[in-house]
Design a protein around this ligand. Structure first.
Ligand code: NAD
Length: 425
């Protein structure tokens, strides 16, 4: 039984070296891994040069640690890569509230991705569909031949389905979809390879012409879901009693459910947390973003990905569900030294567990935002942290950073021009 606790009071007050040492100890990092964490090693130029094209350098971002997470009865410390201040502080605060409410429960579906084969010029669509479905087992077997490793691990082709898009700008078309269990991989390469290989067989069966053969980022067969509870009394402030705080937070969520303008920002707040873990672990954040927002519009109208309500005891309850096509193998997850260390700190054993951690982080981040918005407003905490960034942007170094930051906070004027002014004084 893992006895480690992610509840580390005062962590934010420690020096960077002390924090890094504690996390290194948590994850039993070796000397090389500690150097990666400290930015001394990390992604080298020659590795970067092999990752993408036209490389001229590498680009770093801060790696922070989200604390207080208890997910499915297990404590996690969460590596988060993000340039925006207050995200990590907010999520750690919210994770503590959820922890005090009994911890976050997270579940996930099997890691099934959808590959699409676009077929045009089909003379008899119903007959073409029947022909494809009649040969389903042959199609699945052909897809499975391509990746014996995946099949050995319990993954592989699961199903074939057909959809007809009758009215598109170029007329009707038939879409043959391959459902493929990607186990611990995100699966884009695997599914794309399968779709490309299946194309000639599908052309033969349908008598049509295949155009695109590519994975869908609306990974609605690969969902992760998190729920949590916060006791009303923990939400009370000097001015606001607990039940009123719960009511305001439920109202905030109702706004996002009903209005796409608010939903976009509500969901952006969720993705502040999710993306930070996606980035830290070397996963494809564009794929996750595309999937999340498409899923938010699945009913034909863009809406909130989460819901918050008051339960029968008067406490706050929340639920978040979104597609999470993420892996612990493949892509950059094992190539990027920082991603390898982040995965080790997380200690997840499977891609499903990683998705469950990410959705839990999204739920907590959402709670943090709604909490701030319905109490002091988002700017109070954010601007204090933002002031530091502005001081640095204005050119402050060493002790100047603190001096300029403190002055801006004390005067209540937190702007770049003010930081520059203070610096020149
Ligand atoms: P991959 O091809 O690098 O790795 C998957 C391979 O790992 C599988 O073929 C499998 O044989 C092997 N493997 C070993 N152990 C495994 C395990 N436990 N579970 C599953 N597989 C295991 O990567 P991928 O996940 O197929 O593709 C991800 C990459 O594709 C990302 O870099 C992504 O950015 C990119 N991509 C994305 C899109 C898109 O989102 N639309 C399109 C193209 C490419």
């Amino acid at each position: 039984m893992d006895k480690r606790t992610s509840r580390i009071p005062g962590f934010y007050d420690w020096s960077l070296a002390e924090r890094a040492a504690r996390i290194s100890q948590w994850a039993s990092l070796d000397a090389d891994e500690r150097e990666v964490l400290g930015g001394m090693m990390g992604l080298g130029l020659s590795q970067a040069d092999r990752m993408i094209e036209n490389v001229v350098g590498v680009f770093a971002l801060p790696l922070g640690i989200g604390l207080n997470f208890c997910i499915n009865g297990r404590d996690y410390v969460i590596p988060m890569v993000i340039e925006e201040p207050s995200v990590v502080a907010g999520v750690s605060y919210a994770a503590k509230l959820l922890r005090d409410g009994g911890g976050i429960t997270a579940t996930s579906s099997e890691p099934v991705m959808i590959g699409q084969v676009q077929v045009l010029d089909v003379g008899d669509p119903p007959a073409a569909e029947a022909a494809v479905l009649a040969r389903k087992s042959e199609i699945l077997a052909l897809a499975d031949e391509l990746d014996p490793v995946m099949v050995k691990l319990g993954g592989g082709a699961r199903d074939v389905r057909v959809r007809h898009l009758r009215r598109t700008p170029v007329g009707s078309m038939m879409i043959v979809e391959l459902l493929y269990d990607c186990r611990d991989a995100m699966g884009a390469n695997t599914v794309n390879t399968a779709c490309e290989t299946l194309a000639p067989l599908i052309e033969g069966l349908t008598g049509g012409r295949v155009n695109l053969r590519i994975l869908s980022n609306l990974a609605d067969q690969r969902l992760a879901m998190a729920t949590g509870r916060v006791p009303a009394e923990l939400l009370a402030t000097d001015e606001i009693p607990g039940p009123v705080a719960v009511e305001r937070m439920v109202e905030a969520c109702a706004f996002a459910v009903a209005d796409p303008y608010r939903a976009a920002t509500h969901n952006k707040g969720i993705m502040n947390g999710v993306d930070a873990v996606v980035l830290a672990t070397g996963n494809d954040w564009r794929a996750v973003e595309a999937g999340a927002h498409a899923y938010a519009a699945r009913d034909g109208r863009y809406s909130a990905l989460s819901e918050w309500w008051q339960d029968k005891d008067g406490d706050l309850r929340g639920r978040l569900e979104l597609p999470l096509a993420v892996g612990t193998v493949g892509g950059a997850t094992r190539v990027h030294p920082g991603a390898r260390v982040a995965l080790k700190i997380l200690g997840v054993r499977t891609a499903r567990e990683l998705a469950e951690v990410m959705v839990a982080v999204g739920l907590a981040q959402n709670l943090a935002a709604i909490r701030a918005l319905t109490t002091t407003g988002i700017q109070a905490g954010h601007m204090r942290l933002h002031a530091r960034q502005l001081a640095v942007a204005a050119g402050a170094t060493g002790e100047q950073v603190d001096r300029v930051t403190q002055r801006m906070i004390a005067d209540g004027v937190i702007r770049l021009d003010r930081a520059e002014e203070l610096l020149s004084e």
